[in-house]
Design a protein around this ligand. Structure first.
Ligand SMILES: CC(=O)SCCNC(=O)CCNC(=O)[C@H](O)C(C)(C)COP(=O)(O)OP(=O)(O)OC[C@H]1O[C@@H](n2cnc3c(N)ncnc32)[C@H](O)[C@@H]1OP(=O)(O)O
Length: 222
């Protein structure tokens, strides 16, 4: 058993994996799964014209798969709101999480289902990562951080110890957060931003030090 699966809350029931979403993010998720020799049976996407990606079939609907094959799912869509909507619609299905073989995950961290961990990510002691989260390439999540469901940490994001990130928040490439800061739900943190104070829900924040430039409109599902 590799380090990641020892830490998973749920054991992987099925070796075969299907991805929901066939865009650019899906390509990176495929590489993550291949790094630990997972078998990919295909992708589902009704919004692309291609019928395959790198030789993997693209199905138009989950109904094309449901009755015939036993599989686990990962939602491979980068947009946090869309990922949440799809997760809520796909009831009764089994989601797995996946980590690239190069990720360094503490024995004491917790990673919930549907979450994807890209190459060279570090998740340190007692960090808790929610459902359907994206920890993108080289991101670093230090001790005792709490990351709620549907968050996306972009490449090279650095969270210091005891940072809290609320549901659905997107932290842009290369942003940094000092220890013990609380970032609200569905916020957007711009690329390269340095967060030194707590951030309220729905805020859009840029710069060093990070300043609020706007608020996004809450969506009914948020
Ligand atoms: C593998 C992957 O690709 S993962 C995806 C990673 N994606 C990212 O990191 C994207 C992060 N997004 C950003 O940084 C965006 O610029 C956002 C979301 C913060 C703002 O986007 P928009 O709402 O379109 O804002 P817009 O571009 O109109 O800029 C508004 C103002 O903020 C400034 N601004 C925007 N982004 C930043 C930033 N990251 N840092 C500093 N200032 C910024 C602009 O210069 C502009 O200033 P001005 O009004 O003085 O001219």
């Amino acid at each position: 058993m590799d380090q990641y699966h020892k830490n998973s809350k749920k054991k992987m029931l099925n070796a075969e994996v299907c991805l929901y979403g066939a865009g650019g993010h899906a390509k990176v998720v495929i590489d993550v799964l291949k790094s630990t020799n997972k078998k990919i049976i295909g992708l589902i996407d009704d919004n692309v014209s291609n019928s395959s990606l790198w030789g993997y079939p693209i199905y138009r609907s989950i109904k094309d798969l449901r009755s015939t094959i036993d599989y686990s799912l990962i939602i491979s869509i980068g947009n946090n709101q869309v990922r949440k909507r799809i997760a809520e619609n796909l009831t009764g299905l089994f989601f797995i999480n996946a980590a690239h073989i190069s990720a360094a995950l503490s024995d004491s961290c917790i990673v919930k289902e549907g979450t994807v961990i890209m190459p060279n990510v570090s998740v340190n002691a007692d960090a808790k990562i929610g459902r359907h989260v994206i920890l993108n390439t080289n991101s670093s999540i230090d001790h005792d951080c709490i990351i709620e469901d549907f968050v996306h940490l972009s490449p090279n994001v650095a969270l210091s110890g005891k940072v809290y990130v609320g549901e659905g928040t997107h932290i842009g490439t290369g942003a940094s957060v000092i220890p013990e800061v609380k970032i609200g739900r569905w916020t957007t943190i711009g690329a390269g931003t340095v967060i030194i104070r707590d951030i309220p829900d729905y805020a859009i924040v840029v710069g060093n030090p990070g300043k609020i430039i706007n608020f996004s409109k809450p969506n009914t599902s948020q």
